[in-house]
Write a protein that binds this ligand. Structure first.
Ligand code: UDP
Ligand code: MG
Length: 314
């Protein structure tokens, strides 16, 4: 019998979990020709999430969990899920039921037909503000313009991956992860399935605009380091100052016919070249920061316990 692992990262999802389990249980009962493993990755939740997972595991041993020692973020929770999943294929799903489990039989159907990466593409997004929809649309556009790898638009992380995709993804151990672009990077035979994205059932989104901007910048540069931002923040006012002073000098020249004086030209040149220098310096800092981060070679996450057994980190 083939085994399907459903990986669910969960951060403060105590309200969604009981509803989620009911829906998944129904699904598992309907697909009795497969063996299932529901692998929760508790990403350092501060509420009762882990207690609820343990409670469900008491009565259903298909429920497994990895419990992080603190909050590491969804991207890291996903790679941990891949590390611990034992299935012939894995399915990533959010804990808030925005990804309907009822779509899973269709994903599995295409997997059985030989596709390696069956991803769910959003046809609509209920319960999300127009601002979030708009920024998300712009983000995909910009990201695609900046990279040669084909990006799947309007897809979240809801997808089915064959074991060999899982093994491939496990080899990408960088610490600043952008899993979405990794799905594109590994390639393999992809298939798209359309679905309507539901509003979340309970609790509130773990994202705010600050986090989203961060994710966007990480996705675009694939490597974020603060020196670049700092330099950019200094470079922008420099260029604004340059522009204002330039307009002032030219206006004086045109309106009161005062010839451009040497000191004015010098100020303009200094502003221009210092602006350019600060900007280029920031770019160098960006690469340097990346080298720095990768040479640290830290483990990507630390696990508190796996299926009730304490992880000793040996
Ligand atoms: N999540 C996580 N760690 C975090 C933030 C979120 O594991 O630091 C999980 C969360 O529990 C949910 C999924 O990632 O299962 C998606 O989060 P959310 O629904 O808040 O994001 P949105 O759907 O609003 O983009
Ligand atoms: Mg959500």
């Amino acid at each position: 019998m083939k085994k399907i692992s459903i990986i669910i990262p969960a951060y403060n999802e105590e309200d969604s979990l009981p509803i989620l389990y009911d829906r998944i249980k129904k699904l598992m009962d309907n697909m009795s020709s497969y063996e299932f493993e529901i692998l929760f990755v508790n990403d350092g939740s501060k509420d009762k999430t882990i207690e609820i997972i343990k409670e469900i595991r008491e009565k259903d041993n298909r429920i497994c969990y990895v419990d992080f020692s603190r909050n590491f973020g969804k991207e890291i929770a996903m790679i941990a899920g891949l590390d611990y999943a034992t299935g012939d294929c894995v399915i990533f799903m959010d804990a808030d039921l925005q990804d309907p489990p009822e779509l899973i039989p269709e994903l599995v159907k295409y997997w059985e037909e030989g596709y390696d990466d069956v991803y769910a593409k959003r046809r609509s997004r209920k319960g999300e503000t127009w601002l979030k929809k708009f920024t998300s649309m712009m983000y995909y556009r910009i990201l695609q313009k900046l990279t040669k790898i084909e990006i799947q638009k309007d897809t979240g992380d809801f997808r089915l991956l064959d074991r060999r995709c899982v093994n491939a993804l496990k080899k990408l151990r960088e610490s600043q992860r952008n899993t979405k672009s990794m799905f594109s990077w590994i390639g393999y035979k992809k298939k798209e399935v359309l679905y309507d994205r539901d509003p979340r059932v309970a609790g509130s989104t773990k994202w705010n605009y600050g986090k989203l901007v961060d994710l966007a910048i990480d996705g675009i540069t694939s490597f974020t380091t603060s020196p670049l931002r700092l330099s950019t923040f200094i470079a922008i006012p420099t260029f604004i100052l340059l522009f204002v002073y330039f307009v002032y000098v030219i206006a004086k020249c045109v309106i009161i016919h005062q010839a451009i004086q040497a000191f004015q030209a010098i100020i303009l040149l200094i502003l221009f070249f210092s602006g350019v220098q600060i900007l280029l310096f920031g770019i160098v800092g960006e690469y340097l920061g990346r080298i720095f981060n990768e040479t640290k070679n830290r483990p990507l996450y630390l696990v508190n316990e796996y299926n009730g057994k304490k992880e000793m980190n040996d």
